[in-house]
Structure formats: C-alpha cells, structure tokens
Design a protein around this ligand. Structure first.
Ligand code: PRT
Ligand code: ZN
Length: 213
C-alpha cells in the first residue's frame, strides 16, 4: 500500500505545540524542520503541511490536505465542506460576547442596535439572528478587545480562555456563543487506503487519550 495522508497543522500559534505533541504520542516521528512549509513522518505515511489556522478548512475542503487539526471555532466560522472526526481535548476556549464592565446587562436583547466588533462575523450573525437581535457587526482581524475602549464598538465577541484579557480591558463576559476545542477534520475525497490510514491514526489518538484519563 503506497497511500499517504496529508495533514494540515497550525504553523505557529496556540495549537501548534499540542498538535505536534499529539502526533508524537501517537508514535509518529517527525523530523521537525522549523520554518519549513512541509515535512514528512519517518515511520508513518504522513505528510505534514504547516499553515495558518484560518486556511486549514479551505485546504482540507479542496483536498490539498486530507485531514487537519484546527479549532472548532474556525471550522464553524469558515463553513467549508469538512467533517469533524474527533475532538482532541486541547485548545479549549469559548466564543463570548463581552461588554464594558460599567454597562448594565440583563440579556441578549440588550445587544439590540449595538456595534459588535469580532473576528467571527459568520458565527455572530447566526447567533444574533437566532435570538432576533439586530446589531451592527464590525469585522476586525485582531486586538478585538480594545475596540470598545477606543470607541470603535459597544461590545465585542471574541475567544476567551482564562478571562484575563477581558478583565484587563475593562470588559465583562455576558454571553457564551460557543464552546470550542481543537478537532481533527477530514475532507470528503479520501481513498479507501487513506481512510484506513485515518482509522489507524484515530485508533492511536483515542488510545493516547484513554491512557491519560
Ligand atoms: O497565525 P494563525 O492565523 O495560525 O493563528 P491565530 O493567531 O489566528 O490563532 P491563535 O494561535 O491565537 O489561536 C489558535 C486557536 O487556539 C484558536 O482558533 C482557538 O481554537 C484556540 N484558542 C484557545 C485560543 C484561545 N484559547 C485564546 N485564549 N485562541 C485565541 N485566544 C486569545 C483570544 O483571542 C484573546 O485575545 O487569547 C485571548 C484571551 O485569552 P484569555 O486567557 O485572556 O481569556
Ligand atoms: Zn488565524
């Protein structure tokens, strides 16, 4: 069998180290060339592509990569044809709405007509629609939490883990839109041989996690 699986992993950032650690714990040896775009495992037919997390769903949908490790939040936002095959238990966070500490907040209806800054316009729009809230979504790509302080927005929707970034910016968390963690995603174009390789990898991933519990 000469089939090979191509996996997309975050190049650098919060998910990179844990993604590489997981592969290692699965017994996969990767000669870790730093700053390389791709590399290969020496003892498993696996090729690794290092990409920005935002691009991973698209690459997997297109079949440039067969599988990928990415935050569920990115999977929901990008709306690509990929399926979540396993939750991986790291990179846990939530996507939450936060408002200035001093603002009185009694429920989602208090968001009516506000300007909400976020890097997750699709998820936020869906959530507001479900709750019959009409607000103004301002898409910004980074440093979302400073937007209220500089008068750019009345509220934000951003990822939260410890909550200290919100606190330091004088904001309070008022709604949780989504809980997220790193997931393994797969495209729809895997051959039977590739599916077998994926099953093998999944089996090892589950064994690793079971051993930790
Ligand atoms: O360069 P690239 O585009 O690949 O990376 P990135 O900068 O877009 O993403 P990165 O590395 O910051 O995050 C990758 C993934 O990690 C996210 O998509 C989430 O799935 C997951 N994750 C888990 C987080 C956090 N926790 C997190 N706390 N991503 C971001 N944050 C940020 C958040 O945006 C805020 O600025 O951390 C700050 C809040 O943290 P606390 O602890 O102060 O609440
Ligand atoms: Zn990103």
């Amino acid at each position: 069998m000469s089939a090979k699986l191509k996996i997309a992993v975050q190049k650098s950032g919060r998910l990179h180290d844990d993604s590489m650690k997981l592969l290692k714990e699965c017994g996969i040896d990767v000669n870790n060339g730093v700053n390389r775009l791709k590399t290969e495992a020496s003892n498993f037919p696996l090729e690794l592509f290092f990409l920005r997390d935002d691009d991973i769903p698209q690459y997997v949908e297109d079949g440039v990569a067969d599988i990928g490790i990415v935050g569920e939040n990115v999977v929901f936002e990008k709306q690509k044809q990929v399926k979540v095959v396993e939750k991986l238990g790291f990179g846990k966070c939530r996507l939450s709405v936060a408002v200035p500490k001093s603002m009185e907040y009694n429920g989602v209806n208090d968001l009516q007509q506000l300007r909400i800054a976020t890097s997750y316009p699709v998820i936020v729009a869906n959530y507001l629609e479900q709750h019959h809230v009409k607000a103004d979504i301002h898409e910004i790509s980074g440093s979302v939490e400073i937007a209220p302080g500089i008068g750019l927005a009345d509220a934000i929707c951003d990822l939260v883990s410890s909550g200290s970034t919100l606190f330091m910016n004088g904001l309070k968390e008022v709604e949780v839109m989504l809980q997220s963690e790193a997931v393994l995603v797969a495209g729809s174009k895997l051959s039977d041989d590739q599916q077998q390789l994926l099953d093998k990898l999944l089996f090892r991933m589950r064994a690793v996690r079971k051993a930790k519990n």
